[in-house]
Structure formats: structure tokens, C-alpha cells
Ligand binder design. Structure first.
Ligand SMILES: Cc1cc2nc3c(=O)[nH]c(=O)nc-3n(C[C@H](O)[C@H](O)[C@H](O)COP(=O)(O)OP(=O)(O)OC[C@H]3O[C@@H](n4cnc5c(N)ncnc54)[C@H](O)[C@@H]3O)c2cc1C
Length: 410
């Protein structure tokens, strides 16, 4: 991977000493790494959180920012994954109330039979997801009244006859990740490049790190190691250990950000072919639109013309009254999903996560795949496996808000 692909680090120095010793070293400070750091802190186990970039500076800042049960799983039939997501959604609403906001998403339908199918599916989704701490009573679920639907400018000239509203939880992904890190007691080694490992008898022992800000080298010693490197996992394992077997397939997705459109109050989730969803979400005075799926080979890839075009075409087909192409695009972003091949199937890529114990280094665990939504639960499980200590506080202890400074500098 070319070094130039990594964002340039900021000015500054890290106050940590040149030799560090912890129980667990976590490589990668996205939602998974940061959630694991919190879990270990709750269990009183020391850890370091190492990232070549900044905390929350990878995929975990380019998601659709939904802590969701996955309404699309109603279409793909993955009910187990959906129910797990719905349970986790409630846990996030409890521990991160200031980084979460409940919303009534509208799913529009093109015909009455489709509307009926949506009502049944959404009825089940909201029934299974009825644990909604602090749900705002003014948000209405179920069939959207016709006059309310028609008052939304997106319904004008659109191929839809109405909509059904379902509940989901919106978040701010980068901030949530930083809050998790701030809620840990981890030594935070952001902007540190892992250069070389020392291994002994099939176990990793120490890691030499280079601070990308000023070139300082540090030695990190740990008894257990966890790789939570998102879409960079295969590249890092190739660079560190010469491994060539890919564990992930990478899928890029883009979002476009427009100025808010007057009258667009509620987020829309529009069904597209192949079980995909087009989100049109008003948030923070803007309109977030996405997303696409394109197979890629690295965590740092540029947006290509075709995927921007695909999104515009989907918008024009579904919401033709809005002059999308003449609206200024305020920002566009691309994230890369780390996807694993679903168990037993060679073709089906899953949003589920896998925890793998490294075949060569018995004290190295890898987090493969996953979602924001299930990151807490998965890292709770991993922390319990690593320490032998379950921890009920994981689903109740509120997150500390990140205060703008890396936790290492507190
Ligand atoms: C377009 C899109 C939309 C999505 N929408 C949703 C959604 O709405 N809801 C949901 O639940 N999930 C969603 N996801 C999935 C979710 O965003 C990801 O699965 C999740 O953020 C992955 O987190 P992670 O911690 O595994 O990886 P990352 O956040 O990528 O973290 C990996 C970290 O490793 C660091 N790193 C990489 N290489 C090295 C190295 N050599 N040394 C040290 N550090 C390194 C990186 O800098 C990065 O910070 C979406 C994903 C995409 C792409």
C-alpha cells in the first residue's frame, strides 16, 4: 500500500515513553478496536489502542451512520442477524444517548400489494425491535397518512403511492468511535505505524512502532494481540507476516451530501434491486444520500465516475421532482466495507463478523467484517474470551463523551 494513501498526521508529539507494556494490544482504532478498549477497561485489564491514522479515522467515519436491525434483512431473510441488530440498537440507545437519535424512516411503496408487504414486514421489525429506550412519542410508526406523504417534496412525480414508517437509530459514527476510546483506559497510540514484530515460539511478543508525527520509535510489549484493522486487514497481514491468503472481500460504498431540502423532514429508505436500499436522510442541516456497492482491493480508493452516476440515476428514477444534478454536492465520501464470505457459501458476502484466532500466532486474534451496530456485542464477547470475565456493565455503563483530545493526553 503506498504510504501516500495515508492521511498526513497532524503536528505534535506523543507524551508516552519509548517502552510500553500492556495486557492486550489492539491494532486498529475503528469502532471494533475502540469498543474492545472500553470492554477491557470495564474489566480492569490494561490495553493499548494503536492506529496508523487517527481514532475513528477509517471506515468507521464513512458509514450510513445507522445503528439498525437491518430492514434489508427482511428482504434477504436473515432474521437472526436482524434480531441481533435490533437488540444491539437498544443497548446503544442506553449507553450512548447523546450520540444517538431515534427516527421514523419512511419506506415508500410502488403498489398496494407492495405496501401491504411492507406493513407486514415493518410490523414485525418494529415488534421485534420494540425495546426503544427514550423513543420520542411524537414520531409515528406504521402507515404514513396520505396528506403527510404528499406534503413531502420527494413524493411529487415519484413512482410511489404511499409509505410505511419504521423505527431506527441514527448516530454520528466517528464521534461514537471516539467516545468508546474515551470511555476506555487505553494507552492511545494514534498515528503510530506498526513496523516489526518480535515473535517467540508461535506467539507475538513485542512490536516496534514509529510515531508518524516525529519519527520516534516505541516498543510495545503485550501478552495478547488483536487485529481490528477493518478493510486493511489483508494488506497489513501481508506486510507484517508475508501472508497471501485473503480473508476479506472489500466493497466500496459512497454517500453524497446536499444542502437540506425544505419539507424533507423524515429519512427515506427506498428499496432497490438486489435487496439494496437507497437512503435519503436529513441530518444536521444537510441531506445524506447513499449508498452503492463496488468491489475494490484496498481501504483507500477514490470514488469513480460510474458509482456517482449510479447514485444520481437511482435518485432521478425514484425522486424525479428534485433537480439532483443541479444541486451543489457539498461533500462526497467513500467507505470500504470489510466483508466475509458467509459460512458454507462461496458467493454470498455477509455483513456479519468473524473472530479468528491466527493460525500461526496463538495469542493473536483477528476481527473480520462486522458493522457499527454489532461492534459492542462482538467486542464484549471477545473481551470475555480473552479475560475469562463476563461484564454486565457493558450494556448499561454510559459512554464518556470524547472531549476533543486523544485519551492519551487526558
Ligand atoms: C458505505 C458504508 C456504509 C455503512 N453503513 C453502516 C451502517 O449504517 N450501520 C452499520 O452498523 N455499519 C455500517 N457500515 C459498516 C461499518 O462502517 C464498518 O463495518 C465498521 O466501521 C468497520 O469498523 P472497523 O473497526 O472494523 O474498521 P475501521 O473503522 O476501518 O478501523 C480500522 C482501523 O485500522 C487502522 N489501520 C489500518 N491499517 C493499519 C495498520 N497497518 N496499522 C495500524 N492501524 C491500521 C485504520 O486507520 C482504521 O482506523 C457501513 C460501511 C460502509 C463502507
Amino acid at each position: 500500500m503506498p504510504e501516500a494513501a495515508w492521511p498526513v498526521p497532524p503536528q505534535g508529539t506523543c507524551p508516552l515513553p519509548s517502552a510500553l507494556d500492556v495486557d492486550v494490544a489492539i491494532l486498529g482504532a475503528g469502532i471494533h478496536g475502540a469498543a474492545l478498549a472500553r470492554e477491557l477497561g470495564l474489566r480492569g485489564v490494561s490495553c493499548a489502542l494503536v492506529d496508523k491514522g487517527e481514532v475513528g479515522g477509517g471506515t468507521s467515519q464513512w458509514s450510513s451512520q445507522l445503528l439498525h436491525g437491518g430492514i434489508r434483512y427482511l428482504l434477504t431473510g436473515d432474521i437472526r442477524q436482524m434480531r441481533e441488530g435490533l437488540a444491539e440498537r437498544a443497548a446503544w440507545a442506553r449507553i450512548a444517548p447523546r450520540r444517538c437519535r431515534w427516527e421514523a424512516f419512511w419506506m415508500p411503496h410502488r403498489s398496494w400489494p407492495e405496501g401491504l408487504a411492507h406493513r407486514i414486514g415493518i410490523g414485525l421489525y418494529d415488534h421485534w425491535g420494540s425495546d426503544r429506550p427514550d423513543w420520542p412519542p411524537e414520531l409515528r410508526l406504521g402507515p404514513v397518512p396520505q396528506d403527510v406523504f404528499q406534503a413531502d417534496p420527494r413524493s411529487v412525480q415519484a413512482p410511489f403511492r404511499g409509505a410505511t414508517a419504521y423505527a431506527d437509530l441514527m448516530t454520528w459514527d466517528r464521534e461514537l468511535t471516539k467516545d468508546l476510546a474515551a470511555s476506555s483506559d487505553a494507552l492511545v497510540l494514534d498515528f503510530h505505524d506498526p513496523e516489526a514484530f518480535e515473535d517467540a515460539g508461535g506467539e507475538l511478543r513485542t512490536l516496534r512502532l514509529r510515531d508518524r508525527r516525529d519519527g520516534t520509535c516505541r516498543q510495545l510489549r503485550a501478552r495478547r494481540w488483536v487485529g481490528a484493522l477493518g478493510p486493511w486487514t489483508d494488506g497489513a497481514l501481508a506486510a507484517w507476516f508475508g501472508e497471501t491468503r485473503p480473508r476479506l472481500r472489500l466493497s466500496a460504498g459512497i454517500h453524497l451530501w446536499f444542502d437540506a431540502l425544505p419539507g424533507c423532514e423524515r429519512p427515506w429508505a427506498i428499496r432497490r434491486p438486489k435487496g439494496r436500499i437507497l437512503f435519503v436522510i436529513p441530518r444536521d442541516g444537510q441531506l445524506q444520500v447513499g449508498t452503492t456497492e463496488r468491489e475494490v482491493t484496498d481501504g483507500w480508493v477514490p470514488i469513480v465516475v460510474e458509482e456517482r452516476e449510479e447514485l444520481f440515476q437511482a435518485l432521478e428514477e425514484n425522486l424525479p421532482a428534485v433537480p439532483w444534478r443541479s444541486l451543489p454536492v457539498r461533500a462526497e465520501e467513500l467507505g470500504v466495507r470489510p466483508l466475509v464470505v458467509a459460512a458454507g457459501l462461496t458467493t454470498h458476502l455477509s455483513r456479519e463478523a468473524i473472530l479468528e484466532r491466527h493460525p500461526r500466532f496463538s495469542n493473536l486474534h483477528l476481527v473480520l467484517g462486522g458493522k457499527l451496530t454489532t461492534a459492542r456485542a462482538l467486542m464484549d464477547r471477545l473481551a470475555t474470551d480473552l479475560t475469562g470475565q463476563p461484564c454486565s456493565a457493558s450494556t448499561t455503563e454510559p459512554l464518556r463523551l470524547w472531549d476533543g483530545h486523544s485519551p492519551a493526553f487526558r
